[in-house]
Design a protein around this ligand. Structure first.
Ligand code: TYD
Length: 421
């Protein structure tokens, strides 16, 4: 089976870049700034057509506007873009099921190639056919993309141009109603089927295929290492690349786990035995693994978890001095083999981290521990990293936030894309 995709509005949500570039071209041409309704129409049709039809330019003016548009688009605009959530798992699942995937787009080859490479979507594609001067019609692009006797072929797109082109080229048509065209537009222009999400495309084209496995990521570090902020930013970066992110945290993450969390962090429970503490963290984790982490990863999601087993090893094994191997043993039935694919460690001296932490708000029961406790926690983490360096992405966390988040996003995305091969 061949599945040909339109790019803008079908795989990528590209309005930000397109709109910024259309506004830039209007300004350079001395035309009034297009309003939101006009800008919306720019996604899909050839640019010259849009400048002429929606902004009242002459042929010559439209050609010049396109030059201005491209000047900004090929440098910044094309990266002001995001992959729709679920597109990655959809492409991977179809690809693993043996479908041949391709792109047919009215965009020129240079930005198309850059965008596909930037988002790491190129690895799934057998063919990429772009507009060349004078040929932006989908029917021709579709014919060009296919070998002789291709068998079953589907054209997936979000606008009437895609559906009409598919019908003319004699292939099946699937309308992506999450894109820029309405369901009505797509049905009227010949869509045989419509999908409300990229995931629904799997169900329509390959109903027997189970979604490809997602990933399990954890973020670790001492109290005050800035985990909260960095997790939010990483989630945003993953989302932009089309991963479906599920946030979670430990202790907690499930209703039962959140109740256990209250007991653990309650400052009144000063008499808690170290072993009780370690077992409660493990109990919360056992529930979390079964109720939340495993099902989400099996569905193709990326679970992004604030702390996991490594925290127990560092805090109870190191901080409480129960011992690394003892804590791993307590946790073996809880995790039952479910380990993170990748762990980001925010590396910061425990004193610097604690000073930051105490400046932010009231410390909880564990944070109130003596400095020597936090020193042992830090050592516990370093021991873990030394035991399993391949799993960790260690990032210096004593720097400006933006630098840290840029490094984390780059390294984590590289590793995730590597796992998709
Ligand atoms: P939390 O409010 O989540 O702190 P932070 O925002 O710093 O992560 O509280 C979690 C506390 O529990 C934190 O001090 C670390 C500790 N902890 C353990 O001691 N063992 C564990 O297994 C886990 C998951 C957390």
């Amino acid at each position: 089976m061949w599945v040909l995709f339109d790019l803008d509005g079908t795989l990528t949500q590209s309005e930000e870049g397109i709109w910024n570039c259309a506004k830039y071209a209007a300004e350079k041409m001395g035309f009034p700034q297009p309003d939101a309704a006009t800008l919306r129409k720019f996604i899909g049709p050839p640019l010259e057509y849009s400048f002429r039809t929606y902004m009242g330019m002459t042929d010559e003016q439209a050609a010049e506007a396109v030059r201005f548009y491209r000047e900004r688009y090929t440098t910044v605009g094309m990266y002001e873009n995001r992959v729709y959530p679920g597109v990655r798992v959809m492409l991977r699942t179809l690809w693993k099921a043996g479908a041949k995937l391709g792109i047919v787009t009215g965009k020129p080859a240079y930005p198309t190639g850059k965008i596909l490479e930037y988002f790491g979507l190129d690895r799934f594609l057998t063919t990429v056919v772009c507009a060349t001067d004078g040929h932006a019609e989908k029917e021709h692009l579709i014919r060009e993309a296919l070998p002789e006797n291709p068998g079953e072929v589907w054209m997936v797109g979000d606008r009437c141009f895609d559906m009409e082109g598919g019908v003319k080229a004699g292939v099946h048509t699937l309308g992506a109603v999450y894109g820029y065209g309405s369901e009505e537009e797509l049905r009227e222009s010949g869509a045989e089927r419509v999908a409300k999400t990229p995931r629904e495309i799997i169900g329509i084209l390959c109903p027997e295929a189970a979604p490809e496995r997602g990933a399990f990521l954890t973020v670790e570090g001492p109290d005050g290492s800035g985990k909260g902020t960095q997790i939010e930013r990483l989630a945003e970066a993953l989302d932009r690349f089309g991963y479906e992110v599920m946030h979670s945290r430990e202790p907690g993450g499930t209703p039962i786990g959140e109740k256990i969390r209250e007991i653990l962090l309650d400052r009144e429970n000063a008499g808690m035995a170290d072993e009780t503490e370690a077992l409660l963290y493990a109990a919360s984790r056992a529930q979390h693994v079964r109720e939340k982490i495993r099902p989400a990863v099996a569905e193709g999601k990326v679970v992004l978890c604030d702390r996991f087993l490594d925290s127990s090893v560092a805090y109870q094994g190191g901080g409480r001095e129960l011992g690394i191997d003892e804590v791993l043993a307590i946790n073996a039935p809880a995790v039952d083999g479910t380990m993170p694919d990748l762990t980001v460690y925010l590396d910061i001296d425990h004193r610097t981290a604690m000073a930051r932490r105490c400046a932010a708000s009231e410390p909880d029961r564990l944070e109130m521990e003596a400095e020597s406790f936090h020193a042992r926690v830090e050592n516990g983490y370093h021991e873990l990293i030394a035991r399993d360096p391949a799993r960790f992405v260690v990032v210096n966390a004593d720097r400006p936030r933006e630098e840290i988040s840029a490094e984390i996003a780059r390294k984590v995305l590289d590793r995730l894309m590597e796992m998709e091969k």
